[in-house]
Design a binder for this molecule. Sequence first.
Ligand code: LLP
Length: 450
Amino acid sequence: MTAAASPNTRIEPASHATSGSEVLIGGCPVSDLARQFGTPLYVLDQASLTGMARAYQAMLDTYPGESLVLFAAKAHCNMGLCQLMQQLDCGLDLVSGGEVHTARQAGFNLANTLFNGNNKSDDELAYALAHGVGLISVDNATELEQLARVAMANGRHATILLRVAPGIECHTHDYIKTGHLDSKFGFDLSQIDAALKTISTANSAGNSPVLTLAGLHAHIGSQIFELQPYQDLATTMLAEYERIRRQHGLVMTHIDLGGGLGIKYTEADDPPSVETLAGTLVKALVDACDAVQYPYPKLLIEPGRSMVATAGTTLYEIGSFKHIPQLDKTYVAVNGGMGDNIRVALYQAQYTARVATRINEPHTKPVALVGRYCESGDILFDRLLVPETIAPGDLLIVYGTGAYNASMASNYNRVPRPATVLVKDGQAQVLVKRETWDDMTRLDLPLRPV
Ligand code: LLP
């Protein structure tokens, strides 16, 4: 890696620039993007996406065994992004039939995918097996029996990981280590032996084995800034690998340590760079393997947010103003809000935003920046500093919206969801078209007389 820290440590996307009064992303002036594609608009910066993928790959290059970055598609999923991830030599972590289908439609090599989830349906499992999804992460005992049944009924074989709850949990800045974990995801470590028994019973039921256990899988949380939990995760997991080898004579070939690395949404955030994470996570795993001479399992990681969040910005057009003289407060409304970014209302998430068409003016005037949805809670910023001259028609840019914005968007109020464009070197291409009012009624059926 170069000396520059990975994009997740910056607020703005890698190609962010200014010219006169205006912001450019990927060499495209925001007003051109707004004119050409309309607003609200999700803009993805290809340089940041490439930068993060390369940073993670450089991290995995420090590992002496095989490795693969699986982009967690739940953070942002569309066909073009899947294709870009394939070009960047990443695999995918998929969590639903819809995500598997998107990857398949994109021509993604499904051998490089992992299918996750705590309650997959028979249809989803059968679809994944039929189309060659490389690994299935089995979440619980019910699903283990279900997968054996579905694989057998379809004449398929599944290579699996067991999702475990290793007793390490992070809620952003709050790291707890517990003997047993209250989580809806994964096997408790005390249940692994029973799972191994289920696997061997299933494998001896037919003519040939239906399940091959490749390894264990854990994910400890999201928007994590601390390094210690990653170190503990690698150590705890390898201790379990060694126990299984000792007690069952089974050497596992893969290890999946999940995602979770945080990003810089605001100046208050100080996430570690991928380079720093490499020094902790990879080193802890290598040390743990070396200590017991365990053959290095193929290392899988599943970053979602950190791969795409900083690459993404949302452009809105400023619309109406409401001033309340008694409170000396101004509400400024944009033409999007909780429909395209539910994270503020849902998690009280904090973002950074600027007026992208007056970027050279001092941002000194405090306003409440609100959305266009019919709900009082549709407030993107309780207090945002904007230029005194802000006026209808200006563009607002919100940074860090590349993860869990488009993928969690809704049609609340029957507002069409924004388009997504990918920008690079002054070129913009549409990855997802803007929905139309007709799309709002596309699945509706007229009332039948009864
Ligand atoms: N692997 C598994 C098994 C996961 O459950 C997740 C995220 C990831 C990987 C990717 O984690 P990341 O690198 O993105 O932190 N909607 C929330 C985030 C939910 C994360 C769910 N699981 C948000 O908007 O903050």
